[in-house]
Write a new protein. Structure first.
Length: 306
C-alpha cells in the first residue's frame, strides 16, 4: 500500500469513535463520480457504464465500519480497519447454445447478436443503518433484515444504449472485414471475462401490447436481445426477444419476471433447436436465472498508524 494511503488516528481513547466507508475502484475514467454526502447518507455516487464491455468496472461500495476506536477495530490485523465491499452493479451474462437434442452433425451458427435498450446511468445512494442503541466500540451494528450495515439504492436510472454480445471473446459480426465473424454454437460454454456486462440495476420493461416482435422495429423502451443465426448454412433467421419474456425452465411457458438487482448475477441462456418446437414456434427458448455473484465479496483495509 502506498504511504499516501496511510491515515493517522485523530485522537485515541475510548470516547473517540470513528466510522469508515469506501468505494472501489478509485481511479480516473471509471464512470464513477466521487461521492457527495447529502443528509442521512454515507455517500451518493453518479455512475455511467462504459460503452465498451472490455472497459466496464466492478463498482463496489463498502459497509460502514462503525464506531472504531484506536487500538480496537473489527480488523484481525493491528493498525487497520476492515471494510467489507459489496457489488453495486448487476452482472449480466448471455449465452447462445445449441439444444441438447440437436445432433452433433447439425451446425448452428450465430451470425450477429446485440443487447438493446439497456439503461446505463444512475445515482447510487449508500445509507447507513442507524440504531437507537449505539453498537459496542469496534463491533458492527446488527441488522436482522439483511447482511451488512449499509443499504445501496439506485435512482435516476436512464441513458439507453445498445451493446454487441460476444461469445468466448468472439463478437459475431456479418460486416467484419475482410471476412464475417461467425460463432459455431456449442451445447455448453464458459463465457470469457470480456463477454460479461456490468450494468446499472434496473427494472426489465415489457414491450407495448401492440409490438409485433419485428426485428426491424423493436420497442424502444423494452430491453431485448436481437440475433441472427443459421442452421446447416440455410437462409439466416433474425429474431427479437424481449428480456421480460424470458422463461424459468426449458419447456415451461412461465415467464421468470426477473429484474436486474444490486449485486445480482443474471444469466440469459438462448437455446436454439433444429426444429420449431418451443417458444412461440420459433425453435428458440430464452431462459434466465438469477443468483448472487459467486465470488466472495471483497475485503479492503485502511492502514491506521498506531
Amino acid at each position: 500500500m502506498d504511504d499516501w494511503m496511510d491515515q493517522f488516528w485523530p485522537r485515541d481513547g475510548s470516547s473517540y469513535h470513528y466510522s469508515f466507508c469506501a468505494y472501489y475502484p478509485f481511479a480516473a475514467n471509471t464512470g464513477i463520480t466521487p461521492p457527495t454526502f447529502p443528509a442521512n447518507t454515507v455517500g451518493q455516487y453518479d455512475f455511467t457504464a462504459k460503452s465498451s464491455v472490455e472497459d466496464m468496472v466492478d463498482f463496489c461500495v463498502s459497509d460502514v465500519a462503525n464506531d472504531q476506536i484506536y487500538g480496537h477495530t473489527t480488523s484481525d490485523y493491528s493498525g487497520t480497519v476492515k471494510l467489507n465491499f459489496h457489488h453495486a452493479l448487476t452482472r449480466v451474462r448471455i449465452k447462445f447454445l445449441k439444444a441438447s437434442d440437436v445432433s452433433d452433425a447439425t451446425s448452428i451458427e450465430l451470425l450477429d447478436a446485440k443487447l438493446l435498450n439497456v439503461m446505463t446511468s444512475g445515482t447510487l445512494t449508500a445509507t447507513y443503518a442507524q440504531y437507537e442503541d449505539p453498537a459496542d466500540p469496534g463491533v458492527p451494528a446488527p441488522d436482522l433484515d439483511r447482511d451488512g450495515t449499509t443499504t445501496l439504492a439506485w435512482s435516476n436510472v436512464g441513458t439507453k444504449r445498445n451493446y454487441e454480445i460476444s461469445m468466448d471473446g468472439d463478437d459475431p459480426n456479418p460486416d467484419a472485414s475482410p471476412d464475417p465473424v461467425i460463432v459455431l454454437l456449442p451445447k455448453s460454454i464458459e463465457l470469457a471475462p470480456e463477454d460479461v456486462f456490468l450494468m446499472v440495476p434496473q427494472d426489465i420493461v415489457e414491450p407495448s401490447p401492440s409490438d409485433t416482435h419485428d426485428p426491424e422495429n423493436p420497442d424502444a423502451d423494452a430491453q431485448a436481445i436481437l440475433f441472427k443465426y443459421t442452421i446447416n448454412e440455410a437462409e439466416p433467421t433474425t429474431l427479437l426477444f424481449y428480456l421480460s419474456e424470458s422463461l424459468k425452465h426449458p419447456g415451461d411457458p412461465t415467464t421468470a419476471n426477473v429484474s436486474w438487482g444490486t449485486g445480482d448475477s443474471v444469466t440469459y441462456t438462448v437455446i436454439i433447436h433444429a426444429t420449431p418446437i418451443n417458444f412461440a414456434d420459433t425453435g428458440v427458448e430464452v431462459l434466465v436465472s438469477v443468483a448472487p455473484w459467486p465470488e466472495d465479496d471483497v475485503n479492503g483495509y485502511i492502514q491506521i498508524i498506531d
